[in-house]
Design a protein around this ligand. Structure first.
Ligand code: PMP
Ligand code: GLN
Length: 381
């Protein structure tokens, strides 16, 4: 393994999901639903496979049906006009979009400012692209960004801000005021912003505001989203980039040499998914809001300090009330102690102290699974 990737080993999600399988535990670690998305969308994938749509290399930027559906979704949901031919790129999940964007836009030595705790692929992709990550810590209990610290962190070497809202793992959702302040800094310092909005449909309080919609951001924002989260098909790995044509062209250049194109038949299915009626998106969100409250109350009753998320399908907790402070050790022992798997947020921070006692649980699981998990966690008290 080269020096750039030293220390990145196995992802925490793979490690903890393997632990769940090995111990037969309830897996509230890695974020994937235990119920597949809409049946008719699965049928659309089967139809595409059977009809031979996408079984051979699809077009590099993505099949036209999906690019058009992505552009229409931007219009319908946010009132944003997007050219499906030049301003949309389909990727192998949001993961590839993040990697391709950073590989395409960074010069070696460029500084990238990102809020920690960061989603695990950010640090690895910045490193692969030869960038230098500059973390800004989001602090419990509310994880609001410190905008003065952001201003102070900008240097002549800063090239890019890497944002994520709704934020994994904390569930923090940036407000219009915060986004506006960030946008003003980006304009003032001529920065690019890569914004990971995969949980755009999972905002429980307030609303999701796409950064690209703010003044001055259209030409400097790379927006990333994914069908995995919104339609509960994380295994399909269909993601996308929406950005101004020159930025999409840059990201496409990198994507060409990563995967060339993304798998075909699922793209047709996701095109149909994006055209589901508003009630689908509303029901999806209200169902998960209810699950958030179910798990949140259960975790509180079991003795955790709970940081209520405004979005995503994760809850960050603190284990200090148990007299413990090492999240990683706690998560490794949890299957033995009570048959539940969770994720230590500590691995998402550069600052070793900031997230030391934080543990993340996902609630994208069936109600009875959540009830059973909470019952088991009560044994910890
Ligand atoms: N970004 C964030 C914040 C995520 O939580 C995830 C996990 N799905 C991804 C990106 C990756 O998305 P995908 O599965 O579409 O590659
Ligand atoms: N995004 C998922 C999570 O945060 C994990 C996806 C992955 O394993 N790469 O749990």
């Amino acid at each position: 393994l080269n020096r750039r990737l030293a220390g990145f080993g196995t992802t925490i999600f793979a490690e903890m999901s393997a632990l769940a399988v090995r111990t037969g535990s309830i897996n509230l670690g890695q974020g994937f639903p235990d119920t597949d998305g809409p049946e008719e969308i699965r049928e659309a994938a089967v139809r595409a496979l059977r009809d031979g749509r996408g079984n051979q290399y699809p077009p590099g930027p993505g099949v036209p049906e999906l690019r058009t559906a992505i552009a229409d979704h931007q219009q319908r949901r946010y009132g944003l006009t997007t050219d499906p031919d030049t301003e949309v790129l389909v990727t192998a999940g949001a993961t590839e979009a993040i990697a391709a964007a950073l590989l395409a836009l960074l010069e070696p030595g460029d500084e990238v400012i990102a809020f920690e705790p960061f989603y695990d692929s950010y640090a690895a992709c910045i490193a692969m692209a030869g960038g230098v990550r500059v973390p800004l810590t989001l602090r419990a209990p509310d994880f609001r960004p410190d905008l003065d610290a952001l201003r102070d962190a900008i240097t002549p070497r800063t090239r890019l801000l890497l944002l994520n809202s709704p934020h994994n793992p904390t569930g923090m959702v940036l407000t219009r005021e915060e986004l506006t302040a960030i946008a003003q800094l980006a304009v003032e310092h001529d920065l690019l912003v890569v914004t990971d909005e995969v949980y755009e449909h999972l905002v429980f309080e307030g609303e999701h505001i796409p950064l690209i919609s703010l003044p001055g951001m259209r030409e400097r924002t790379v927006s990333i989203s994914s069908a995995g989260k919104t339609f509960s098909y994380t295994g399909w790995k269909v993601g996308w980039v929406v950005a101004a044509a020159p930025l999409v062209a840059a990201v496409r250049t990198a994507k060409q040499y990563l995967t060339y194109v993304s798998a075909g038949p699922f793209q047709y299915a996701v095109a149909e998914a994006l055209r589901l009626p508003d009630t689908y998106f509303e029901d999806f969100r209200s169902d998960l809001r209810r699950k958030r409250d179910l798990l949140g109350e259960g975790l509180r009753a079991a003795g955790f300090e709970v940081h209520r998320p405004q979005g995503t399908y994760f809850i960050t907790t603190d284990i200090t009330p148990f007299g413990e402070k090492d999240a990683y050790a706690f998560c490794r022992a949890l299957p033995e102690r009570c048959g539940v798997v969770a994720i230590p947020n500590s691995v998402f921070y550069d600052d070793p102290d900031a997230g030391r006692s934080q543990v993340r649980f996902t609630f994208c699981k069936k109600d009875d699974v959540l009830h059973e998990a909470v019952g088991r966690l009560r044994r910890l008290a």
